[in-house]
Write a protein that binds this ligand. Structure first.
Ligand code: AHM
Ligand code: MG
Length: 335
């Protein structure tokens, strides 16, 4: 028989309790987050129904980075923009799907700047493989009405970040500055995100690597040597590492958070700046991984959270995962 839990922690309850811990809190962040969770629920709803209501396939346009946009990329982007606009708490938004910063001029009291990738892993959409939304929240500088400088900041300045993964169920992972990492699962019955993974901590090490090996021809030598070493018998286990690559960063990251291991999208000879975008892919993930006890570095082995993006769609190589696994990749770059 189903065990009834009368003391569930919904995202709403979680946010209210968090807010009460901060005496100076105005409630603006909580309201912004309510708007965010509405966009996650809506995107999850459309993704679940995509094949039934003709939402698979291309929209016939391409985005800033030249990727063909899927219908769901466009819908999710519009849902996200409208949720942020109507919250009244977001001064500006950077989206993977928008070339320029969007300013919400009507939100005169807004104190936050948000960056998002509305659907990460779009290439997996039509196959029903997990995709997700990544978000990063910055606070405007004192007195600022919202300028690009309010978002072109390193990840160390983020006030909150996280991602969703729309899979067998919709998962939401969030973290706040200096805080823990908490995972929620969307209960479709009651329409609420429920705290199911409190205080997520990455295992210190795990013999799993996640990388697109099709790019190995272009990798720099330390990267080649590092991944080659993982395929050898390991001293302790006498087994090589396992490879797992879904091709949706949100899904590869979610598995890595739970099981441990390493996820990488290195910069290489073909893409010297890497593929993944700093503001709404690398930095928010790095914040989640660090707050869960892991590490995240760029291809120069610098701390990912300290990288300052030059432009809103600036890219970086990234290695993130269990603490010891990232130490190992660093050691190959010191040789
Ligand atoms: P997207 O935001 O256009 O979906 O691109 C980002 C995705 C990541 O989710 C994933 O890690 C990576 O691109 C996969 O790239 P590749 O197909 O080159 O392996
Ligand atoms: Mg993406």
């Amino acid at each position: 028989m189903e065990q009834v839990n009368y003391n569930i922690i919904t995202l709403t309850r979680f946010l209210t309790e968090e807010q009460s811990k901060h005496k100076e809190a105005t409630g603006d962040f909580t309201l912004l987050f309510h708007a965010l969770q509405f966009s996650f629920k809506s995107i999850a709803y459309y993704i679940r129904r995509a094949t039934l209501i003709n939402l698979t396939g291309l929209a016939g346009s391409s985005n800033t980075t030249g990727d063909d946009q899927k219908k769901l990329d466009v819908i999710s982007n519009d849902l996200f923009i409208n949720a942020m606009r109507s919250s009244g708490k977001c001064a500006l938004l950077v989206s993977e799907e928008e070339e320029n910063v969007i300013y919400f001029k009507d939100a005169t009291q807004a104190r936050y700047a948000v960056a998002c990738d509305p659907i990460d892993g779009s290439s997996n959409l039509d196959a029903g493989v997990s995709v997700g939304t990544i978000f990063a929240i910055h606070k405007l500088a004192e007195g600022s009405k919202g300028t690009p400088e309010d978002i072109l900041k390193p990840g160390t300045e983020l006030v909150a970040a996280g991602f969703t993964m729309y899979g067998a169920s919709a998962q939401l992972v969030i973290t706040m500055k200096g805080g823990t990492v908490n995972g929620f699962t969307l209960d479709n019955g009651v329409g609420e995100f429920i705290l199911t993974h409190p205080d997520m901590r990455l295992p210190r090490k795990r013999a799993i690597y996640s990388v697109n090996e099709g790019n190995s021809l272009y990798w720099e030598d330390p990267v080649k040597e590092y991944f080659e070493s993982l395929k050898q018998l390991q001293p302790e286990s006498k087994k090589p590492y396992s490879a797992r690559y879904i091709g949706s960063m949100v899904a590869d990251a979610y598995r890595t958070l739970l099981y441990g291991g390493i996820f990488a999208y290195p910069a290489d000879k073909k893409s010297p700046k890497g593929k993944l975008r700093i503001l709404y892919e690398c930095a928010p993930m790095a914040m989640v991984f660090e707050n869960a006890g892991g590490q995240a570095v760029n291809s120069k082995m610098e701390r990912m959270l300290e990288v300052v993006p030059e432009t809103i769609h600036d890219k970086s190589g990234i290695f993130m995962g269990s603490y010891d696994e990232v130490e190992k990749v660093k050691s190959f770059h010191k040789k």
